[in-house]
Ligand binder design. Structure first.
Ligand code: ATP
Ligand code: MG
Length: 562
């Protein structure tokens, strides 16, 4: 099996772990971690990492830690910490007692830094940020040693202590590892380990004014927690030698193995927290949980289920080369799950009034309808029918083209669960010419929607009784980005102007009054919907369309195979 192949039995990381277990490496233990930085909400890409890390631990009777990698106080916030915990739980994973923060290790990390200085492997550098960049060189040009590289251990200890107690301004000094300024790997050219930042940290408050860098913090946090396999995304491949260097130089007891995998890229959306933050801050979306966002909070509000997201993560597999997944696959996964669970209802999104001339004025009939034809255990409900009903505007055409099989003057269609009706006449607004209502007749011998004489109709429409219908707001969502590739620099110009359409006069069958948050619905012929968790009230129902019914995935998958 090559690196990029995955199978239902496993991926290359699973294989590494099972080899390790065979050799009884790490005493047969598997301890992984999911290490988000609390500087934004989790998105579907993080779900891939969560499913992988928690999944590997679970399958091997191990543990997975949730660790907040909170070493950059400028961008971090407690709101993000809470949302991340909530999202991981919602996805169905449990860190048990293993909730950690890198900031809890600040004292230990400081001691490790002192140890590096004492062994001559770290020094305080007083070049400016710009000079450090200049001295670093490029891929083609080797770097130059900092003039401060030869400071004595005593001098370094003294300066580092002064950095800690706040004697220096931000940016005046940093602590750097003393490795190799001519290394072909730029990461190894004396990377910065600590910088001065006079910023209040959301947990340690004002205790520290120096903060450790990611590369120093991450490996040591892994080691402190006895992580066995430190799984991260591909962009850290170049950092692996530094990960190993720090742990080797400090001769720590636990030296986890870093393994990289390809991050998830998804078409028609964005996976960068920075860009997602920009969408929120510049109000292109309403919030982090706007149903158009690829965040877990957004997907949840949109009506996605943890089952569908976990299924998606399973299907995309884990590979070592970057690739882009078509968003149609994610949509396919949610359809599959909701098809089994969603309660069917009839809702007319764009109503057109239909008067059934030969139906008695005050008569009301109730038709029985399956709540879910896929699952009889979900029972049946009653749908009232009366003289005036609504059908979809799109289900009628005055002058239909050849392939239009729905209602038209003189034509007959089936009303789902009810009767055949035939269009007799059309009433229009005198001024605008807009169609206001249709006059139809029904055939009493087609009760339940079936004729006794074998007469066939080609179209079936959903409908709602006018006097029983419930007015609801319906929000239709489409892809966030028009273009397929989401991580383009100029992504703002790619935003889909029709990513949200609000319909204010949709009319739903009366059973909708009991709609509960967290219960999925299928609006017949229109897609899967859920109650909006924020804006919907019992007086003003608001529904979000999770996904339409048309599945484009099988076509795409077929085309891919060829
Ligand atoms: P940042 O640019 O802020 O570092 P990030 O998306 O890497 O953004 P982290 O909070 O560092 O955010 O991510 C936590 C974990 O999730 C990391 O281990 C990271 O590798 C993983 N991760 C992030 N994005 C993806 C993605 N698109 N696919 C798979 N894993 C991801
Ligand atoms: Mg990151």
């Amino acid at each position: 099996m090559t690196d990029n192949e995955t199978s239902s039995t496993g991926n290359f990381i699973r294989q590494i772990i099972s080899e390790d277990l065979k050799k009884n490496k790490n005493n047969g233990e598997v301890i992984t971690r999911f290490p988000p930085e609390p500087n934004g909400y989790l998105h579907i890409g993080h779900a891939k990492s969560i499913c992988l890390n928690f999944g590997l631990a679970k399958d091997n009777n191990g543990e997975c830690h949730l660790r907040f990698d909170d070493t950059n106080p400028c961008k971090e916030d407690i709101e993000y910490v809470e949302s991340i915990k909530n999202d991981v739980k919602w996805l169905g994973f449990d860190w048990g007692k293993h909730l950690y923060y890198s900031s809890d290790y600040f004292d230990k990390l400081y001691e490790y830094a002192i140890a590096l200085i004492k062994s001559g492997k770290a020094y305080v550098c007083s070049l400016s940020g710009e000079e450090i960049r200049e001295f670093r060189g490029t891929l083609k040009l080797p770097g130059k040693n900092s003039p401060y590289r030869s400071r004595t251990i005593e001098e370094n200890l003294e300066l580092f202590e002064k950095m800690r107690v706040g004697e220096f301004e931000d940016g005046t000094h940093v602590l750097r590892a003393k490795i190799d300024m001519s290394s072909p790997n730029l990461t190894m050219r004396d990377p910065t380990l600590y910088r001065i930042r006079r910023v209040t940290h959301h947990r340690t408050l004002n205790k520290w004014c120096i903060y450790p860098m990611y590369d120093f913090t991450h490996c040591l946090s892994d080691s402190i927690e006895n992580i066995t396999h430190s799984i991260c995304t591909l962009e850290f491949e170049n950092n692996r030698p530094l990960y190993d260097w720090v742990l080797d130089e400090l001769k720590v007891k636990c030296h986890p193995q870093q393994i990289e995998f390809a991050r998830l890229n998804l078409t028609n959306t964005i996976m960068s927290k920075r860009k997602l933050l920009q969408l929120v801050e510049e109000k292109y979306v309403s919030s982090w949980d706007d149903p158009r966002m690829p965040t877990l909070a957004g997907l949840r509000r949109r009506g996605f289920t943890p089952v569908a997201i976990r299924d998606f993560c399973e299907r995309i597999g884990v590979a070592k080369a970057d690739s882009e997944v078509n968003i149609a696959l994610l949509e396919h996964c949610i359809r599959e799950d909701l098809n089994k669970k969603a309660q069917r209802v009839m809702v007319v999104l764009k109503p057109l009034k239909v008067i059934i001339d030969n139906y008695p004025e005050d008569k009301v009939e109730e038709f029985e309808a399956d709540n879910n034809p896929e699952d009889p255990s979900m029972g049946k409900r009653k749908v009232p029918f009366s003289k005036i009903i609504y059908i979809e505007k799109d289900d009628f055409m005055e002058d239909p083209p050849k392939k239009f099989f729905r209602l038209a003057p003189g034509r007959e269609i089936r009303l789902k669960h009810a009767y055949y009706i035939k269009c007799e006449s059309v009433v229009k607004d005198e001024k605008t010419g807009e169609i206001i209502e249709l006059h139809c007749t029904y055939d009493p011998d087609t009760r339940g929607g079936w004729s006794n004489d074998g007469r066939k109709v080609r179209g079936t429409s959903h409908w709602v009784s006018a006097s029983h219908g419930v007015l609801t707001e319906v929000r239709l969502y489409d892809h966030l980005l028009l273009d397929k590739s989401g991580d383009d620099k100029d992504f703002i110009s790619l935003l889909n102007p029709d990513s949200l359409k609000v319909l204010n006069d949709a009319i739903a069958e009366p059973s909708i009054k009991e709609a509960k948050k967290d219960v999925p619905y299928q609006f017949l012929r229109q897609g899967y919907f859920c109650v909006d968790s924020i804006d919907s009230t019992s007086e003003n129902l608001v529904f979000n369309r999770t996904v339409s019914l048309r599945d484009s995935w099988s076509k795409i998958a077929k085309a891919k195979k060829q």
